[in-house]
Design a protein around this ligand. Structure first.
Ligand code: PA5
Length: 462
């Protein structure tokens, strides 16, 4: 079950909201926008049909079974955020918790059940996704790793991002110092032809997976970028892709009522004309907070652009905010209810959070009698949405049945599709990132001035 509920949206005053008529009046744009999207030959909605990738990931994972205690993903931005979301959403929240990561504390993990059909010995490896170059992050990871039992997945579409290459050279040196075979301890995910990693892989026969040429970093979660680490920690990637395929079919539908991606883009675009230039994504689910992180990059980097497709300077963008229900009701809600009316809210509700946990009866809290945690969570969300609506703050609700692979695949594709449509509404290229590229170039230039381009030399840091 996957539902987009716009019920509250049309109750907002015309100054701050949109009418159903206004909303539906954009339906005739689906067809021309889809034509334009197809013309761009972006791969994010077709890669999900690539059975060969799934097969090679499955084969690779089978060969590795039981060999590694820890898997480390080195990557940043779109090369990391989707994987972080997959882990947070689909694995036990405490399976990989930092407080349990010290070898000495490993036993505190023991209450977490191994996945169905697995013995304790076959338990999935820990997954650490290192999307920063903070020295404390690097050194604290170094302290917990047993390199002999660690696999590094190095992910960079361009193969030239300094942060990721620096991480790679650091951990490569650690493995080399212990005389570990790089072919066994490293796997690369990168552009099919270009970049330094591709060159190293070719020279040293390190296993490699492609990020298809026509799939950008922030759209790559459903390629080997997200699928390989997901598979290695026991996530069902076939189901993930099945969900994405279902939503992709809706994304390609010219039927307005079916095309949820188009509907969301329409709402965001129309509301942006009413000064709602901030999108708050607020899942009422602990496991989905990293989904909002993933979406934050997708929206910010895709839609924040200086120029339109005709070269006119427009400095357009929608600012994403991620928020977690109910936690952030106690940190941001005051602003949302009474601060500037410049936000549009996307709530995400999970209908079934698994087993019901009753709240014990206490006569002092009569209103909680017969209430369980899920009911409390849902009711608080309903209260928050109603309050926003009363204050003329536009909001919509996405309802999913459960947090599981298929629904997550649907969510990824829903929002990737909405971004493609938003690009058309704003007449911008949603798939490039000239601003990010500039900072990458300048960083390298600054480093080059100081240290004669050390990062581009394979062995200079070893
Ligand atoms: O979406 C994007 O293209 C970026 O956020 C990239 O993912 C990020 O900059 C990392 O780039 P790369 O994967 O080339 O190392």
């Amino acid at each position: 079950m996957f539902k987009l509920n716009t019920q509250h949206l049309f109750q907002i005053s015309s100054e701050h909201g949109i009418s159903k008529k206004e909303f539906e009046s954009k339906a005739n744009l689906i067809k021309p926008y889809l034509q334009k999207i197809h013309a761009q030959k972006q791969g994010f909605y077709s890669v999900i049909d690539d059975k060969n990738v799934v097969k090679s990931i499955n084969d690779f994972a089978k060969n590795l079974k039981g060999q590694f205690d820890d898997i480390v993903v080195l990557g940043i931005g779109g090369s990391a955020l989707g994987t972080i979301c997959l882990q947070q959403s689909l694995k036990n929240l405490f399976e990989n918790c930092h407080s349990c990561e010290s070898r000495n504390l490993k036993s505190s993990n023991s209450k977490i059940p191994a996945s169905a059909g697995m013995t304790e010995k076959e338990k999935n490896p820990n997954l650490h996704i290192i999307d920063n170059i903070d020295p404390e992050l690097i050194s604290e990871l170094d302290q917990i790793l047993d390199y002999k039992k660690t696999l590094f997945i190095v992910v960079t579409k361009s193969g030239s991002t300094p942060e990721t290459l620096a991480q790679y050279f650091y951990f490569r040196q650690k493995c080399d110092n212990q005389k570990l075979n790089p072919k066994k301890h490293f796997v690369f995910i990168t552009d099919p032809k270009l970049g330094l990693l591709r060159k190293i892989a070719n020279e040293e026969k390190i296993p490699i997976f492609d990020v298809p040429e026509n799939v950008g970093g922030r759209f790559s979660v459903l390629t080997a970028v997200g699928l390989l680490p997901a598979k290695l920690i026991g996530i069902n990637i076939e189901k993930l892709l099945k969900g994405a395929q279902k939503m992709r079919d809706l994304f390609l539908s010219e039927n307005f009522a079916k095309n949820l991606s188009f509907q969301i883009a329409t709402i965001q675009y129309l509301l942006s004309k009413k000064q709602k230039t901030i999108t708050v994504m607020m899942p009422y689910a602990q496991k989905l907070i990293k989904f909002s992180d993933w979406y934050r990059q997708l929206l910010a980097e895709s839609i924040g652009k200086a120029q339109d497709n005709n070269g006119k300077t427009i400095n357009v963008g929608l600012t994403p905010i991620n928020s977690l229900g109910v936690t952030d009701q106690h940190s941001q809600s005051q602003l949302y209810m009474e601060g500037p009316n410049d936000k549009f809210f996307i709530f995400i509700k999970v209908l079934n959070h698994g087993q019901k946990i009753p709240i014990p009866y206490a006569p002092e809290l009569e209103y909680l009698k017969n209430v369980d945690f899920q009911k409390l969570l849902h009711t608080e969300m309903q209260g928050a949405m109603q309050a926003l609506t009363k204050n003329n703050r536009p909001n919509i609700l996405i309802e999913i049945n459960k947090i599981e692979e298929e629904n997550l695949g649907e969510l990824f594709m829903l929002f990737e599709g909405s971004i493609a449509f938003l690009g058309e509404f704003f007449n911008i290229n949603a798939f490039d990132q000239p601003g990010v590229e500039l900072s990458k170039i300048l960083t390298k230039k600054l480093l080059g001035q100081k240290s004669s381009n050390r990062l581009s030399l394979r062995y200079s840091l070893l």
